[in-house]
Design a protein around this ligand. Structure first.
Ligand SMILES: Nc1ccn([C@@H]2O[C@H](COP(=O)(O)OP(=O)(O)OP(=O)(O)O)[C@@H](O)[C@H]2O)c(=O)n1
Ligand SMILES: C/C(=C\CO)CCC[C@H](C)CCC[C@H](C)CCCC(C)C
Length: 314
């Protein structure tokens, strides 16, 4: 039987608790405690309070609950979530103003938002803590944005700025296709792969930078069309390959330099080139009516990346 040290909390009652109490307490409210709580603090934090009525235990329990809810990691993750949500909102607003003032046209605005949203989201992941809950906090960003797209896509509310900066023709229903698929892919990858594996990082980079630059370059310089797809061009596909390839290498270097992933750089170029090549070929096929690029590009990237990098630990 474990006996607790005498302490103010024990002034009125003295109780000894079985080890299960100790383990229950350590696995309960105090789990998030940023320092090893003392025996008495754990006793007061846990259900043991029902044995004690002294005010000092109530105060200790209150401090315990507060410190476990507002532990440094939760404060860091909540802050990173707010920063990312603010970044997402600001990004759309900035391109709403640029489109409004005819600085850039609507199609270019949509593609630049397409490129920057995914890249900046992946780039922001190191802001989150190393706790198990960090990816849950990070997933709140695409989750809330998907709700936003559904609400405005169904015209349950109006946001002219959002519609102008992320739709081709200004039809709110467009939000429910490409943009919504895009944000749901961000949600899937942040939960499934997070920053522990190159799979999610490369796939989101191919979807945002690769597919985005294919459109930006292809629309302008795509004179030589692909033999099997008259809507797409060699310039667009080459732009997708090289922008996806170099941006993926850069993002992987960023994450490995921060120590989040360990990579064998001796064959990294070949592996990333393979993923980028497969995604580029899939994007070039005339399957847009059946499967949106914002699904086919990340899906083919994920499958190829798992093949060359292995299955990530969840
Ligand atoms: N490999 C590619 C991809 C795109 N394009 C050019 O970019 C335009 C739009 O490309 P697409 O991928 O179809 O973008 P959308 O599906 O229209 O836009 P989004 O992905 O944002 O839904 C194409 O008509 C074409 O002019 C190209 O030349 N070569
Ligand atoms: C136009 C788009 C796709 C069509 O191919 C992209 C739509 C983007 C959403 C409107 C906003 C998504 C924001 C991200 C979930 C989070 C970005 C955070 C970052 C820090 C800016």
């Amino acid at each position: 039987m474990t006996t607790w040290r005498s302490a103010p909390c024990f002034s009125s009652f003295y109780a000894s608790f079985s080890p299960s109490y100790y383990s229950h307490c350590s696995s309960s409210l105090v789990r998030q405690w940023w320092r090893r709580p003392s025996t008495v603090e754990m006793a007061c934090c846990d259900g043991a309070m029902r044995f004690f009525t002294t005010s000092s235990c109530r105060a200790r329990r209150a401090r315990c609950v507060i410190s476990s809810v507002f532990s440094p990691t939760i404060i860091q993750d909540a802050g990173a979530t707010v920063v990312s949500l603010g970044g997402a909102y600001s990004l759309v607003r900035i391109f709403d103003v640029l489109t409004d003032q005819n600085v850039i046209d609507q199609k270019l605005s949509r593609k630049i938002v397409h490129v920057l949203s995914g890249l900046l989201f992946v780039f922001s992941w190191p802001l989150f803590s190393s706790s198990m809950e960090a990816r849950i906090f990070a997933s709140i960003v695409p989750l809330l944005n998907s709700f936003r797209l559904v609400i405005y896509g169904l015209s349950l509310a109006k946001d002219e700025g959002l519609i102008k900066s992320v739709t081709r023709e200004g039809n709110p229903k467009e939000l429910l296709r490409g943009p919504l698929y895009y944000v749901l892919v961000l949600l899937f990858c942040v939960i499934t792969f997070w920053r522990n594996s190159p799979v999610g990082i490369i796939s989101l980079t191919m979807m945002s930078a690769g597919d985005g630059f294919a459109d930006i370059v292809g629309r302008r310089y795509g004179k030589v069309k692909l033999p099997y797809n008259g809507d797409k061009s060699l310039a667009g596909s080459m732009s997708m390959f090289f922008s996806g390839f170099f941006t993926s290498l850069g993002m992987l270097y960023y994450y490995s330099s921060l120590g989040f992933i360990e990579l064998d750089w001796s064959n990294m170029v070949e592996k990333v080139a393979l993923v980028s090549g497969v995604a580029t070929i899939v994007e070039s096929f005339p399957i847009g009516d059946v499967l949106d690029d914002n699904i086919s590009v990340p899906l083919s990237s994920i499958l190829m990346a798992i093949l060359v990098f292995g299955t990530p630990a969840l």
